[in-house]
Design a protein around this ligand. Structure first.
Ligand SMILES: C[S@@+](CC[C@H](N)C(=O)[O-])C[C@H]1O[C@@H](n2cnc3c(N)ncnc32)[C@H](O)[C@@H]1O
Ligand SMILES: [Zn+2]
Length: 277
């Protein structure tokens, strides 16, 4: 597949779902112009890159997340350690036709979840261009945008489901974007999340423990019909994934040179917070 055709394929996909978009500057509707740009009636214009994503950022944004970090995240997700979390999410949003993943990173969670959803379109947004580049490369069946989830380039009430997995959130924006009966699924770490790693990195320090209490309380205040579902399990971890696991999580960034990490297994312990507007 040549570079030009990737842009054309992405432009066609965006055109089919153009009603999902709104100009991030003036909020008017958008159209695809000559397979190369999304343009609004006021002529605000956003390029579709040759790789097949659209850049909808209205301001420059620095990201701490590098290409190599996203490769590490992909290797860890591909190993299957999040499969059970993804399966739970797929069941929760099974009837959704339009799904937005906010802070989608390199896109694997969204792409894997969308394989369980019939005739649905997935849209991923992330402020880190390297994440979106990786997503575009691996998963051309979904729509990928570089953009800020706090000032998103989407139309109001346009998504049946919004995902927010281990990422920052903007609840006002999510409420604007959710369809009347749509649901938000936010994934937050629970106390045992990656506990084997935490124990070795932060031995004898208060960071060895973690609580999501405040996040859960704020979610309950912000949404209705809230369900909190805990998903927790421990899996064996292949030795070669340890460096990737260390790189993909901010916890690992603070590792001292001399600290040797030995992990044979890893615990996934998260809360799925599900709510409606
Ligand atoms: C810990 S990563 C999680 C990525 C992915 N959801 C996953 O679970 O693999 C957090 C992500 O949030 C993104 N992010 C942070 N602030 C953002 C913002 N304002 N708008 C969009 N994405 C943002 C980062 O670039 C990063 O990819
Ligand atoms: Zn505009």
């Amino acid at each position: 597949m040549g570079a030009l055709s990737k842009r054309a394929i992405a432009a066609a996909l965006m055109e089919q779902s153009i009603t999902l978009f709104a100009c991030p500057v003036c909020q008017q509707s958008m159209h695809v112009y000559e397979q190369g740009r999304l343009v609004c009636p006021a002529n605000h214009s956003f390029d579709i890159a040759k790789q097949g994503y659209v850049n909808m950022l209205t301001h420059s944004a620095a990201s701490k997340y590098s290409k190599s970090l996203f490769e590490s995240r992909k290797a860890v997700i591909d190993s299957g350690i999040y499969d059970a979390v993804e399966e739970k999410i797929s069941k929760l949003i099974a009837s959704a036709k339009t799904v937005l993943d906010t802070g989608c990173g390199e896109g694997s969670h969204l792409a894997r979840i969308m394989t369980d959803i019939d005739n649905g379109i997935g849209v991923g947004i992330d402020i880190a261009k390297e994440g979106i580049l990786a997503a575009t490369r691996h998963y051309p069946q979904q729509i990928w945008c570089v953009g800020d989830l706090a000032k998103s380039p989407f139309a109001q009430e346009s998504f049946d489901a919004i995902l927010n997995i281990l990422s920052p959130a903007n609840y006002e924006e999510f409420k604007r974007l959710l369809a009347p009966d749509g649901c938000l699924v936010k994934v937050v770490p629970q106390s045992g999340y990656l506990q084997e790693l935490r124990a070795q990195l932060y031995a004898d320090s208060s960071k060895e423990t973690y609580s999501n209490e405040q996040i859960v309380a704020r979610f309950k205040d912000s949404f209705s019909e809230v369900i909190v579902e805990r998903v927790t399990y421990t899996l064996p971890l292949a030795e070669e994934l340890v460096p990737a696991l260390l790189e993909m999580t901010p916890m690992g960034w603070h590792k001292k040179e001399e600290t040797a990490i030995v992990l044979n297994e890893i615990t996934i312990d998260v809360d799925l917070l599900v709510g409606k507007v």
